[in-house]
Ligand binder design. Sequence first.
Ligand code: FES
Ligand code: FES
Length: 241
Amino acid sequence: MSTAKCSSEEEELELSERTSAEAMEISRRSFVTAASVIGTAFATGLPALAEEQDRHVAAASTPQTFAIETTINGITHKLTLDTRTTLLDALREHLDLTGTKKGCDHGQCGSCTVLVNGRRVNSCLTLAATISGAQVTTIEGLAQGDTLSPVQAAFLEHDGFQCGYCTPGQICSATALIEENSKGQLSQVSWDSGRVHPGASVDLSDDEIRERMSGNICRCAAYPNIVAAVRAASGRAGVAS
Ligand code: FES
Ligand code: FES
């Protein structure tokens, strides 16, 4: 190996080492620059961002309220409620009317049924905001003093319950059912039976009763007695059909 070649290799090696060192220096400088940018952002931008986020969280958790005036079981109530309050919670939590029961809280069991302007509704699916000015009747409002309503009396007479949890909803529903039929409102069974007289009430057969009470579930399966009670309350005494 000649002396000239050896010296050229050493120069190449030296050049390569210098280039690596410079590259490392550039990379170190880039890191310091980036760190300083991030530090500045922390010092200026991020607190503002955090404040904005805090404002959003506070706004979301601050209840928005509304005022309603409604008549429940003949008594006028003025309430100021969170906009998200359901009629069921307004009754139970704000008015202490705990006869209306919370079962599924999803509109599937009917235990929360009450009457709004005579129409049965699932109070768990009804926002209290929508009943301002309405007449609401709950299980507590059906009796006249110590005199039970015909449906209540029929449920007692026919033993239409076991644990009783679904019973307030069943009774409110049956009360509306009898009223709906007296106004000639039909069900699917009315059409299927072919006994339809438009505008007139239909014979409340047991199939009619089952169909019209199908939104009210009884986990004790007291159905035969519930049907018997509704049959009796509707004035149709006698044998099941
Ligand atoms: Fe309302 Fe079940 S609690 S339908
Ligand atoms: Fe128990 Fe109906 S009587 S759920």
